[in-house]
Design a protein around this ligand. Structure first.
Ligand SMILES: [Zn+2]
Length: 300
């Protein structure tokens, strides 16, 4: 991605180095909630109880607010890699703002775009959706319209999960989370939560809900594709960027994650979609370049 010398978003909040002074929020699984833990957090926030990730992520993350965070600003020393990640993700967020600032008002929904915030943290963080440990992976909190990201996720993605190295893997991740923001502005997030409430009330099965969850997540992948297209049209993409995004989408597919962590695949428990589906919807968003083909819920 060509980012040097370009506009950086002013909506990036650097909260690195503000370590939780008490015990860390306990989480099992270490990074299972990759890209889109939003549902889990949202459901828990609204009292939906244990969600479909409950067997992997401890409910404790929501029920125990993080300890008072000690203010140690300025003590964090970033690596050269983190410095570059910070710089180009700030430019990528600016591109995301430009994309949706242009597309949403012109879409069939004629909605003004309200820019999200992006908080970069290390370790643990308090959010309007509860306390989170960076082990949950990047996520978006609808309650405070903020994307939360620990930059170490880049190494998780590329080294632990084997995604192709390159800046655009992270652009895909941030654009996916920003997609959840678009879904919130357009009311899709609220509709999904209403369905989750039905599960709590016993009028919808968890398995059926999971299909809606997959559609919701694939829609965020589609929206990430729309952002990539916007950048392509302006000449910001470099050779290899799209394949980096596709590779990242593949390693966070439910089938890939389940094979990695439990050794077998159980489609009834999917909540983000398979590697192939995630790539496919990113591609569809890229090809459409707008909201015309974004209905991933069709046929459900
Ligand atoms: Zn997501």
């Amino acid at each position: 991605m060509k980012w040097e010398g370009r506009r950086k978003s002013t909506n990036v909040n650097d909260q690195r180095g503000q370590f939780s002074s008490g015990r860390r929020v306990a989480l099992g699984g270490g990074g299972i909630g990759i890209v889109g833990i939003v549902i889990y957090l949202l459901v828990s926030m609204l009292g939906g109880g244990g969600g479909n990730l409950g067997d992997i992520l401890s409910d404790a993350v929501i029920n125990q607010p993080a300890q008072q965070q000690s203010q140690q600003q300025g003590t964090y020393t970033e690596t050269a890699q983190e410095k570059e990640l910070m710089a180009f993700l700030s430019v990528a967020l600016a591109d995301i703002e430009d994309t949706w600032g242009k597309i949403l008002p012109a879409s069939q929904y004629k909605t003004a775009y309200k820019e999200p915030q992006m908080t970069i943290y290390t370790g643990a963080i308090n959010t309007a959706c509860g306390a989170a440990d960076s082990g949950v992976g990047p996520f978006y909190c609808p309650g405070d319209h903020t994307i939360y990201l620990d930059l170490s996720f880049y190494n998780t993605l590329t080294q632990k999960y084997g995604a192709k190295e390159g800046d655009f893997a992270m652009v895909y991740v941030v654009a996916h989370e920003a997609g959840h923001h678009v879904q919130t502005l357009l009311g899709v997030t609220q509709q999904l939560n209403a369905l989750r409430q039905r599960v709590a009330q016993g009028t919808m099965s968890q398995t059926e809900f999971n299909r809606y969850s997959v559609a919701f997540e694939l829609q965020a992948d589609y929206l990430a594709g729309v952002v990539a297209r916007y950048m392509q049209d302006r000449g910001y993409l470099e050779r290899g960027d799209l394949s980096e995004a596709m590779s990242a989408a593949a390693v966070v597919g439910d089938d890939a994650i389940q094979k990695r962590y439990q050794g077998y695949v159980d489609p009834d428990t999917f909540n983000h979609g398979t590697s192939a589906q995630r790539q496919e919807w990113f591609k569809r968003g890229f090809e459409a370049g707008d909201l015309s083909q974004w209905d991933t819920f069709q046929g459900l």
